[in-house]
Design a protein around this ligand. Structure first.
Ligand code: FAQ
Length: 358
């Protein structure tokens, strides 16, 4: 892996060499991709060979095409977990909308949280092209059987946490997601292009909050340092288990769903972010963090994987609270969904009547 191949999580997200098409793919929604689920009559080995060759040539796989079941399942798993993360990820920051310190900060935060909701929608739409419905996926989230990113199970205790989330969490998210712009599955890749552009704004707004606090009063500096102390390790863990422990990486790399391993992306995040902390004159809470001339990378201390597994299994500081908030939002939004469905039905009926009378 050369440096130029790696995604940037800094102030310039380089999308130039990726497919610039922004449209989120919705083709295939009518059948929800179910027509692709039947076992094809033609020889599966030949279909697999054609699929593999297409992936090898870096061509996109589209919803109506034949694809191995395991590829489809992997995509549904990853895209739906990603969508849930965006939606649950609205909660920690949403917590600060009413308490943002200025009107400008409040407007920016509302826009950011709204962007995350939009990302969830693009991603559920991309997952739907694979033959699952958004209702099914949301039901899994609400039942507590679906995963979402561990990072969103930590609390936002002070305003500085909003800065730290933008800087570190969005920074890590971009690092992980830029390569997905080149994912072999077309709808996911195209959704990611737009998402990454928005995430790069998010990262910069977070860094700007941190910069303001770090250059502020001693109390503001202390608040920024405290936020870095609490968000550093969870952000480093966000990239997932180490390569030695990661169940899915090898196969996902062969299918070009993932382009880099969890550890490669984590290392790059640390390499980019440690100098940013120096620039802010804040201290990364890792006494073993140091630049290694020989490898041209930062070395860091041991990750506490027991904490990661605890949080993923549902025992983080806010897992219960997050699910409860989603469940009650879903319940309180029932009338909106019912009204939207009734309106859509009314519109369809009117169109039918007009057609009949024409
Ligand atoms: N948390 O074999 P691997 C954001 C699970 S969006 C919880 O390495 P894989 C935007 C993994 O699912 C953040 N679970 O798996 C934002 C698997 O479990 P399974 C989300 C995790 O898929 C910012 C098992 O461990 N981003 O932040 C985590 O190859 C600010 C074994 O792991 C994405 O979803 C974790 N951190 O690699 C919003 C990006 N890590 O399914 C609001 C797309 C791993 O076998 C505010 N996803 N697990 O039961 C990916 O790139 C990959 O799915 C990875 C995991 C890298 C997350």
């Amino acid at each position: 892996m050369t440096h130029s191949e790696l995604p940037y999580a800094n102030s310039c997200v380089r999308l130039g060499h990726y497919d610039p098409e922004l449209a989120v793919y919705t083709q295939g929604l009518d059948s929800l991709g179910k027509d692709c689920l039947q076992t094809p009559s033609a020889d599966t080995a030949a279909l697999t060979a054609r699929f593999d060759a297409k992936v090898e040539r870096d061509e996109k796989i589209e919803p109506k095409e034949w694809m191995p079941d395991a590829y489809r399942r992997t995509l549904v798993r990853q895209i739906s977990q990603h969508a849930h993360s965006e939606i649950v990820g609205m909660l920690p920051e949403g917590n600060w909308i009413t308490r943002a310190p200025t009107l400008r900060r409040k407007a920016v935060l509302i826009a950011k949280v709204q962007d995350e909701g939009g990302h969830g929608m693009y991603l559920y739409s991309a997952a739907e092209t694979l033959g699952v419905s958004r209702d099914e996926l949301v039901a899994q989230l609400l039942a507590g059987t679906a995963k979402y990113s561990s990072i969103f199970n930590y609390p936002t205790l002070t305003w500085a946490d909003i800065g730290a989330i933008g800087w570190l969490v969005d920074g890590a998210a971009i690092m992980n997601q830029i390569p997905i712009c080149r994912c072999s599955y077309g709808p996911y890749a195209r959704a990611m292009v737009r998402i990454c552009r928005e995430e790069s704004f998010h990262q910069r707004q977070g860094f700007e909050i941190m910069m303001t606090l770090a250059r502020g009063t001693p109390a503001q500096r202390a608040m920024a340092q405290d936020a870095l102390n609490r968000w550093w390790w969870p952000s480093v863990m966000m990239f997932g288990p180490s390569d030695a422990e990661s169940q899915h990486t090898a196969q996902s790399m062969r299918w070009k769903i993932k382009r880099f391993t969890n550890d490669e992306l984590r290392q790059h995040f640390i390499d980019v972010t440690a100098p940013q902390a120096d620039f802010l004159k804040l201290t990364v809470p890792d006494p073993e963090l140091r630049w290694d001339e020989a490898t041209q990378h930062y070395r860091c201390g041991e990750i506490d994987w027991s904490e990661f597994h605890r949080v993923v299994k549902g025992h983080g500081p806010c897992n219960r609270e997050r699910l409860q908030a989603r469940r009650s939002a879903h319940e309180q939004g029932r009338w909106v969904r019912e009204a939207a469905s009734a309106y859509a039905e009314k519109t369809r009926a009117r169109a039918r009547r007009l057609e009949e009378s024409a």
